[in-house]
Ligand binder design. Sequence first.
Ligand SMILES: Nc1ncnc2c1ncn2[C@@H]1O[C@H](COP(=O)(O)OP(=O)(O)O)[C@@H](O)[C@H]1O
Ligand SMILES: Cc1ncsc1CCOP(=O)(O)O
Ligand SMILES: [Mg+2]
Length: 279
Amino acid sequence: MEATIMYDFITPLHCVRQNQPLIQCITNFVTVNDCANIILATGGSPSMSQDIREVEESVSGADALVCNLGAIDFTASMVAAGKKANQLKKPVILDPVAAGTTQLRREASRTLLEQVHFSVIRGNASEIRFLSGQQSSGSGVDVSPKDAATIDNLPDVLEMTRSLARKAGSVIVLSGALDVISDGTRSVVLHNGCPTMARITGSGCMLTALIGAFCAATPEDLFCAAVSATAAMGVCGELAEKRRLTNQTGNATFRTDLIDAMFNLTEIQLREGIHYELF
Ligand SMILES: Nc1ncnc2c1ncn2[C@@H]1O[C@H](COP(=O)(O)OP(=O)(O)O)[C@@H](O)[C@H]1O
Ligand SMILES: Cc1ncsc1CCOP(=O)(O)O
Ligand SMILES: [Mg+2]
């Protein structure tokens, strides 16, 4: 008889509120404040230290580690902290910001993937295509429209995501208009979010930080934790967009409204708002 596959995308939100995990982030100077605030909005506690002389000690007291390649000059800190977190069996999450776009980033992402095991890798379609060894057209931190997941290329994107998940032994979150998430066996496509999320810097970095908090709170099912965090981000983007349209505001207020929506997000809102397909 085939084993039944269980999915629970709501409980991780409950767990993060209850467990208040401490998330160690080595992240970039552009979006560091937003990452700290989104972790606080979920009920977690952020720590953004990155000096190589203390990261191993810092990660020992944390519940998860988030490594963001936007902080490329701290790659050595990410390797040291990542190895320590692996030893201590704490979830480690990678955001491969602009991974394929320069020689330095191509080398740093290879080093990180060789030396650290990542529980979850969350990137946009250009970044995930690069890590998969596929042609990637990305040239900055944002996705190239040529690489994005669409309804038309979804079967290929699902296969690429599933196969990278198997190869890396990680949950892969390929974000965008469609969020494609796989652990190599279970795969989900999320239809939440709104285009304004791509008009603020940091929506990707915040999502990765959030995944860190959800994984720390639900380490027994990292796939459901990653889906739950990604859905929560999408639902909060939709709530912020409603306010933007009502109040005729722009991307600066949208960013604040998104963080506020996360602060107030209820399990009922997530259950009613999540829009997903299982594959
Ligand atoms: N066009 C869109 N429609 C809906 N949601 C989007 C869209 N673009 C981005 N998002 C959402 O924004 C967040 C960040 O994703 P993405 O833009 O892919 O990351 P990055 O900022 O790293 O490029 C995710 O939650 C994703 O679902
Ligand atoms: C603009 C920029 N430059 C280096 S890191 C960074 C932030 C990228 O954030 P996100 O990928 O979440 O938009
Ligand atoms: Mg990004």
